[in-house]
Structure formats: C-alpha cells, structure tokens
Design a protein around this ligand. Structure first.
Ligand SMILES: NC(=O)c1ccc[n+]([C@@H]2O[C@H](COP(=O)([O-])OP(=O)(O)OC[C@H]3O[C@@H](n4cnc5c(N)ncnc54)[C@H](OP(=O)(O)O)[C@@H]3O)[C@@H](O)[C@H]2O)c1
Length: 335
C-alpha cells in the first residue's frame, strides 16, 4: 500500500500550539455501515496515512474502533502520532457522568488519553438512537447556561486529570459561545459544526476564527448517505452543484474531492466519512495534491444555500417548535 508522506498532510495550529491533522476520518455509519466495516476502514485509512479519527460514544462502535486502533498502534504507528476525538452524549451532561462517559470511551477505544473531547450537543436531551425526527423526550430542556457550565467544569476537570489533552464544543451558536467564553476557565480549542459548500456558516466561522477557536466541519460532502430521518424535501445536493461539478471536471476528480479541497483550503478541519477504501484514499489524496485556484475558491464561496442538513429536531423541548429554534437565528437563545 502506498504510504502518504505525513509531511504533506495539512495541519492546523490550535491556540495552545498543538497541531491537528486537517483531515480526519468520520466514524458515524449513518445506520448504513456496521461497526465492523467502520473498524476495518480505520485500520485501512491509518495504513494509508490518516492519523485523525472522529469518534463518539453515541456512534455505538467505539469498542470496535478500539480494536482497530490497537492494531494500528501494534503495526508501528506511534500513539503520539494519532489524533483521537470522542464526544460526551446528551444524556451524560451531569458532571459525574461526563467523567464516567470519558472513562468509558477511553476503555472502549483502548487508550489512556484522548486528544480531544467534545460536548456533542449543547442540549441535555436524551432520545434513543435511530428514533424518528418527531420523537420528543418528556424531560427535554432548552439550553440552560448554568447547566452547560457545570458540564464544562467537568470537561475542564478531565484536562486536569490528564484524561484528555484538549476540550471543545460541537453544534454551538454565537450567542451560546459568547456565554461560554465569558465564563469558562479553559476556552474550547475547536467547535465541530456542519460545514459543506451549501452550508458554509460564514458568520459563525468568522466568529470562531476571531476567537482563535478552530472550526471542524462535519458532513463535508453533504452527507449523501445520511439516515432517512435527516432528509427533507428542500435539501440540496452539494456534489451536484454545477460549480462543484465543473471544478471536478477540470481537475479530473470526483466532486467529493472538490468539496474537501475547498474545506481544507478555506481553513476548517474536515472529517469526511467513508468505509470504502477507494473513497477514503481519494479523500486523503484530494487534500494533499492539486489545490483549487483562487477563482475556484471564490466561485465556491458564492454557492452557499444556507442548507442545514442536520437540523436537530429531536432536541426540541416544547410542542409547536421548529428546528430553527435550536439555532438562535435572531441572536437570542430560545427558552
Ligand atoms: N459533531 C456532530 O454532531 C456530528 C454530526 C454529524 C457528523 N459528524 C461526524 O462527521 C463525519 C462525516 O459526516 P457524514 O458522515 O454525515 O457526512 P459526509 O462525510 O459528508 O458523507 C459521507 C458519505 O459520503 C460518501 N463519500 C465519501 N467519500 C466519497 C468519495 N470520495 N466519493 C463519493 N462519495 C463519497 C459516502 O457515501 P456512500 O457510503 O453512500 O458511498 C459516505 O458515506 C461523521 O462520520 C461523524 O464522524 C459529527
């Protein structure tokens, strides 16, 4: 197997000086791929040159990925070369549960530290994996900043205990981040958020950069194999956009490669998922060779359609709400 020269893999410097590989492998199988298939992809991708893996307890596959990582490390890749992220799920926001959940992920992943631990969503609302978008938990609550800060204090404690090296947020908005930055002792190093050409989130992106918080973009290809429950009629398809297709033709690559080149050249860390060898290899190739021109980058910056795919409906806490209420669109945190 061809081995990618690690010096060619782009990296992003975090505000504390650490470096994160700008491309990682997503590990959420979207109900389509089994844990075994994803674990196999982790081994194959590491063999090809991936060093960054985006995991989460809710993906239900960390123990399989743990076996894969153990193989990867035994094959001669040093643990220190890897960047492993995991996330605390919404039913584990109580401080003692944050610690418990992190220890469970460490044990499943067969690691003694995580490079990055994220609060997966700012809402503490449990829903069973795979449930329908209309499903609501009777205990659901809005974002309550005091509660989030208690969760965050436990995240800071994980740093003190040496169980994690960095902490960050996911699916946050500017109003929520403003409160967190006001009150946190340790600022998040990253915010993981949906980013693809049809959903660029420029305002939030700029806010993060201004505050030295690295954006990590999930669903960078427009999540074409996302579960049925995350699909709606008005969704657009990034990889069919004429600007993306035309750049792909010019470079002789799949439209997926154009989305990833754009992501890394714009500055976000990108975490495409693929369990298929041909795809995850070409995704890595996309970000290390043949960059887009300035004109192509400019053209793509203009095709944003504000098309959020992962709307988060299951986190709503009242009847007659719409998913927009989760995203603080008017600058206020909805109660
Ligand atoms: N923090 C969060 O709340 C959050 C939310 C969502 C996702 N994530 C993370 O982000 C990762 C990626 O997001 P995602 O899985 O939703 O979407 P994605 O990466 O945009 O899409 C993945 C799909 O794109 C297709 N694909 C991949 N490489 C391709 C290539 N070279 N050519 C053609 N098609 C290709 C594959 O479809 P087929 O399998 O059909 O071929 C694959 O299943 C997840 O795995 C997860 O780790 C985090």
């Amino acid at each position: 197997m061809k081995n990618i020269d690690q010096a060619k893999v782009p990296r992003r410097k975090l505000y504390n000086g650490s470096e994160i590989p700008a491309i990682g492998l997503g590990t959420f199988g979207s109900d389509t791929y089994t844990a075994e298939q994803i674990a196999e992809a982790v081994v194959g991708a590491a063999g090809y040159g991936y060093r960054h893996f985006d995991c989460a307890s809710v993906y239900g596959n960390e123990s399989y990925i743990g076996n894969a990582l153990s193989k990867v490390i035994k094959s001669g890749i040093d643990r220190e070369e890897l960047w492993i992220t995991s996330k605390v799920w919404n039913d584990m926001h109580d401080p003692e549960n944050v610690i418990k959940s992190c220890k469970k992920s460490l044990s499943d992943l067969q690691l003694d530290y995580l490079d990055l631990y994220l609060v997966h969503w700012p809402f503490p609302n449990f829903h069973p994996p795979g449930c329908d978008v209309d499903s609501r938990s009777p205990d659901s609550k809005p974002y309550i900043h005091g509660n989030y800060m208690n969760t965050w204090l436990a995240m800071e404690e994980l740093l003190t205990q040496g169980l994690v090296r960095h902490i960050g947020t996911s699916n946050m908005t500017i109003p929520k981040l403003k409160l967190l930055l006001r009150d946190a002792k340790v600022k998040p190093v990253v915010n993981e958020m949906e980013i693809h050409p049809h959903f660029q989130q420029q305002e939030l992106y700029d806010y993060l950069i201004e505050n030295q918080i690295q954006p990590i973009g999930y669903s960078p290809l427009g999540s074409p194999s996302r579960p049925e429950r995350d699909r709606s009629k008005q969704d657009t398809v990034d990889m069919e956009d004429p600007i993306i297709v035309s750049a792909a033709k010019k470079h002789g690559v799949h439209p997926a490669a154009v989305c990833l080149k754009w992501a890394v050249q714009r500055g976000q860390v990108t975490i495409p998922f693929s369990a298929k060898e041909r795809q995850y290899k070409s995704n890595m190739d996309a970000v290390i060779m043949d960059p887009l021109s300035e004109d192509e980058m400019n053209d793509i910056s203009k095709i944003d359609k504000n098309n959020r795919l992962i709307k988060g409906q299951v986190f709503l806490w009242k009847d007659n709400q719409s998913w927009e209420d989760l995203w603080d669109l008017d600058g206020q945190i909805a109660e």
